[in-house]
Structures are given as structure tokens and as C-alpha cells.
Design a protein around this ligand. Structure first.
Ligand code: HEC
Ligand code: HEC
Length: 478
């Protein structure tokens, strides 16, 4: 993280004229849950004995809890690795322009969302579903039509591609604009305390071509980018071992790996990154971000996102060279993870038990061990506390985007890592959570859980205030 570029980064899917599914107010139906047996818990979620649970990122843990907490190089980097990290940091923070000049990299656009990676991943953290002071939105809309491409991915929309780029360089029209409207849905905890959840709705306007009907739209905000190398370093077996797609153990929670297309190896690979685990590697994720989010081409994605569209520009050499792309990849692999705080606090300890009893850990796996990633000893063989199983779960109708993404259905999302959660407000000055930033705080995020997580959510809804507060204290210590 170089500077604090403030940025921008929603719903029941219902878009004017696009025929997406409607909002459903979730009925509150208490489901009795059994407390998980101590043995089952031990198998799945306790850290190995003797491991210090403050070390969320193992040896990459950073002991800082201020607004720079997400943007620190892992403290165990070698001097060479640190130099590469710093070079990547420069490119991640740089504001791109259409034409290069005096230290400003060129290649932005012709259509884009934002001018810098850090414009959306503010402070290496998350975006928000609002406009920033530059007028850029931190939330983007992925688009596709029914059917799949040759590799099982979403089918792009003619004239719009796979994303609605709402910004453009001078002389070019953005593909379109969109607005977000929220509907409040009232609910109440078991003790009668009321709450309200806001369901987003998107309206696409001012498109440069008539916008077709029946477009599948998936809203997404930028997620934090620290600790990702560790998640890339998890052995495939470690992730797949947690999968139970047919729910053989009958706990109501399945968990399924996504398999996506790896452009570099030209093979199907395990999906790890993105809200639906729709990207196989940080290389592909980052090159796709340069391309789709900023209109910047690389050797991996040499065609502009406007290619094949009316406003296409002639083919040209990659706008970011491989050295820079590699540095950015290295940067996102080597950002350290903030340490846990207040572990011995009584409320935090009680909240940890609530987290266990609510079976949150059935998806938010507290601890995993990384494997070996070639050339990156710093992130290899680390005991980490990411609070994710890296798998897809059906989260119910309320959170559904109804847009499949490779093996992920329109109701499935990857379990979001919870490390660093408690520092969101400090780093990002907001607490908008979930894939579309609809939740205004942690409790709202929990109350949106449905589908496989319905029983967990109902458990929390029935808790007494003290226990709810303890759960929040625990989550805030992450
Ligand atoms: C318009 C805002 C925006 C910009 C600009 C942007 N991103 Fe992102 N980023 C996102 C969104 C939204 C996601 C989630 C994507 C998804 O689910 O498909 C994301 C996801 C990621 C992830 C994966 C995070 C995870 O936990 O899986 C990485 C890494 C990343 N971006 C890196 C970058 C880099 C590098 C750049 C600059 C080249 C960049 N981003 C520019 C919005 C943005
Ligand atoms: C069935 C799996 C599952 C269970 C059980 C589950 N979660 Fe989640 N959780 C998810 C998924 C998947 C998401 C991402 C949903 C989205 O963004 O639409 C998520 C998102 C979250 C978020 C928002 C994170 C962010 O950065 O946006 C929080 C907070 C959270 N869960 C906490 C909990 C707590 C606390 C419990 C237990 C009461 C719990 N979860 C139970 C799967 C689960």
C-alpha cells in the first residue's frame, strides 16, 4: 500500500428490464440445531496444540492494527523478495492514464471501472457499493447470458462482454451506468429486538447500445488482497478434502470446489479467487483485473475488454509488461496478514464458543496448513487462520445472483475468509460486507446467511444479546 487513495468499490436481483429474479423476504423459521460434538469440532476447527492463534498468517503475520494493517509486506521476506514486492506495490498503487507521461503509466481504457488497483482495493482492503470522490464505483457488475462458453465459463453479452464498464477515456462512451436502490426488510431477534436488512436492486441505464433482455448480472465489490499467497499455497488436496458436495455426513452443509479454466496452462484448474472462486491463480486474477477493471492489456489477456465491440481500438502490444505483472502478482502473494487481537478477553473467548456452537466453522474453517509454493518459501508450510474452507456453498435465495460461474451455481459463493475482519472499519472507514456490500455491519452479514448456512443464522437469531455481543467481539478480534 503506497497511499490512501479513497475509493468506491447491494439485493434481491431485480433489474429494470433484465428479468432477473425478484426479492424474497426471508421467512424466519427457527430450526433446532444440535450442538456439534466435541470430537467433530476438534477434527475440523481447533488449531494444533501449541500454535499461537495470534499468528493469523503464520510467519507472515503483521503486528499492526492501524489503517495500514492490510498493506504491509510479510515481515519474513528476503531482500530480493521485498524489492519485488515494492515494485508490485508501485504498480498496484499507480493511477493509470490513457497515455503514459512522466511517471504515469499509460494504457487505461478505452473502457474501464477505475484508474488504479488500489482505487477499488482501498488500503489493500475492500471496496464499497458507493461512488468515491472521483465518481468511480467500487462495485462492478459481471454480465453473462444463459449458456456456457467452450471452457464452461459465462457467455459474454454482445457489445458488452462479461462486465459493465461504466467509465471510459475521452472520446469513448462508457458501456453504461448503473444505480443501486435498497429495500429495507424488517426482522427481529428471538428476544424481540428488531433489525432491518437492506436488499439491493440494480438498474442499468444510459447504455451505449440498447441493453439486451435476460442478462444475468452479478454485483461484486473488491475484496481485501492480503494473505492471498497463503491461500494460493494451500495444496489442492487440503481444499478438496473439506468438500462434501453430496452432504454424505448429513450436516446440511455440502461445500464444493469450483473448477475453472486456467488460461496459461490451458487446463481446467481448481478455482480459488474471486467471490465464486472463479479464478485459478493470482496471475490470472490480476491480469483479468488489469484487463476488465482498468482496460490495461497484458501478455495473458492481450485483447482489450472492448475487443469485438463497436468502440474497439486496434490491436497493440501489451500495455503492462510481464515484469510488472509478475511484480504485482508477487505483491498480492506477499502481503502479510494482521495478527489477531484481544484473545484473552472474556467476551472474545465466549464468542469463540458461540462461533463453534453456531457451526460457523463448518464453512469458515479456522485453521489450515499451506503446502509448498515454488520460489516462495515465505508463504510455504505455514499454519494459518483464514476462517475459510475455500469452497462454494449454497447461501440461499436472498444472496443469490442467479448467475452461474463455472461450477458455481447462481446461489453459491466461496466462504469468505474472516481474517482481518475486525480491522475493516479502521482500514476502510466502512463496514459494508458480503459480495455486494449490502450488509452494513457484521451482524447484518450473518443475518443474510441462508441455504446451507440457514441453521447457523437461525441459531444466532435466537441468541440472547450477551451471546450475540460475544460473537461480535470474537469476530472483531480476527
Ligand atoms: C473496479 C474495482 C476494481 C479494480 C480497479 C481492481 N479490482 Fe481487484 N477485485 C475487484 C472485485 C469486484 C473483485 C472480486 C471479483 C470477482 O468475484 O469476480 C476483485 C478481486 C481481486 C482479487 C482476488 C481477491 C480474493 O480474495 O479472491 C485480487 C488478487 C485482485 N482483485 C487484484 C487486483 C489488481 C492487481 C488490480 C489492478 C490491476 C485490481 N484488483 C483492480 C474490484 C477491483
Ligand atoms: C454454509 C457455509 C457457511 C456457514 C455455516 C457460515 N458462513 Fe459466513 N459466509 C459463507 C459464505 C459463502 C459467505 C459469502 C456470502 C456472500 O458474500 O454473499 C460468508 C460470509 C460471511 C461474512 C461476511 C464476510 C465478508 O468479508 O464480507 C461474515 C462476517 C460471516 N460469513 C460470518 C459467519 C458467522 C459468524 C457464521 C456462523 C453464525 C457463519 N458465517 C456461518 C459461508 C458460511
Amino acid at each position: 500500500m503506497k497511499s490512501n487513495i479513497a475509493s468506491a468499490a447491494f439485493f434481491c436481483a431485480m433489474m429494470a428490464g433484465t428479468g432477473l429474479a425478484g426479492c424474497s423476504t426471508e421467512a424466519i423459521t427457527p430450526i433446532e440445531t444440535e450442538e456439534m460434538s466435541v470430537d467433530a469440532l476438534a477434527a475440523r476447527q481447533r488449531a494444533p496444540r501449541g500454535v499461537d492463534e495470534r499468528l493469523s498468517g503464520g510467519a507472515t503475520t503483521v503486528f499492526l492494527s492501524d489503517e495500514t494493517a492490510f498493506g504491509q509486506a510479510a515481515p519474513n521476506l528476503s531482500p530480493t523478495s521485498l524489492r519485488q514486492h515494492d515494485a508490485g506495490d508501485d504498480a498496484f498503487a499507480a493511477e493509470f492514464a490513457a497515455r503514459a507521461s512522466m511517471g504515469v503509466p499509460g494504457g487505461l481504457g478505452p473502457i474501464f471501472h477505475h484508474v488504479a488497483c488500489e482505487g477499488c482495493h482501498v488500503g489493500d482492503g475492500r471496496g464499497k457499493p458507493e461512488l468515491d470522490e472521483k465518481g468511480f464505483n467500487g462495485l462492478l457488475l459481471r454480465l453473462s447470458q444463459m449458456g456456457v462458453d467452450a471452457h464452461g465459463g459465462g457467455l459474454p453479452i454482445a457489445g458488452f462482454g462479461g462486465q459493465l464498464q461504466d467509465q471510459a477515456i475521452a472520446g469513448v462512451r462508457p458501456e453504461g451506468k448503473f444505480s443501486i436502490a435498497y429495500t429495507e426488510q424488517a426482522g427481529a431477534f428471538g428476544d424481540g429486538t428488531p433489525f432491518s436488512l437492506r436488499a439491493p436492486r440494480y438498474v442499468i441505464q444510459n447504455t451505449y447500445l440498447p441493453f439486451p433482455a435476460n442478462v444475468q448480472v452479478s454485483p461484486r465489490i473488491a475484496s481485501p488482497v492480503f494473505g492471498l499467497g497463503l491461500l494460493e499455497a494451500l495444496d489442492e488436496q487440503t481444499i478438496v478434502a473439506g468438500a462434501d458436495p453430496n452432504d454424505r455426513n448429513n450436516d446440511g452443509i455440502s461445500g464444493k470446489a469450483n473448477y475453472v479454466w486456467d488460461v496459461k496452462s490451458q487446463k481446467v484448474a481448481l478455482g480459488r479467487f474471486g467471490w465464486k472462486a472463479n479464478q485459478p491463480s493470482l496471475l490470472q486474477q490480476n491480469a483479468a483485473a488489469f484487463n476488465g477493471d482498468m482496460g490495461v492489456t497484458t501478455s495473458l489477456f492481450p485483447d482489450e475488454s472492448s475487443a469485438g465491440q463497436i468502440q474497439a481500438i486496434p490491436a497493440h502490444a501489451p500495455e503492462v509488461d510481464d515484469r510488472t505483472l509478475d511484480a504485482v502478482v508477487h505483491y498480492t502473494q506477499t502481503l502479510g496478514v494482521p495478527a489477531r487481537r484481544n484473545l484473552t478477553d472474556a467476551a472474545v473467548q465466549r464468542g469463540k464458543l458461540v462461533f463453534e456452537n453456531a457451526k460457523c466453522a463448518a464453512c469458515h474453517t479456522p485453521s489450515l496448513r499451506t503446502g509448498t509454493l515454488q520460489g516462495l518459501p515465505e508463504i510455504s508450510n505455514q499454519q494459518i487462520f483464514p476462517y475459510t474452507d475455500m469452497l462454494l456453498h449454497d447461501m440461499g435465495e436472498g444472496l443469490a445472483d442467479n448467475r452461474p460461474d463455472f461450477a458455481a451455481t447462481g446461489r453459491e459463493w466461496r466462504t469468505t475468509p474472516l481474517w482481518g475482519l475486525g480491522l475493516t472499519a479502521t482500514v476502510n472507514k466502512h463496514t459494508f460486507l458480503l459480495h455486494d456490500g449490502r450488509a452494513r455491519n457484521v451482524m447484518e452479514a450473518i443475518l443474510w446467511h441462508g441455504g446451507e448456512a440457514q441453521a447457523s443464522r437461525d441459531y444466532v437469531r435466537r441468541l440472547a444479546k450477551d451471546d450475540r455481543d460475544a460473537l461480535l467481539a470474537f469476530l472483531s478480534s480476527l
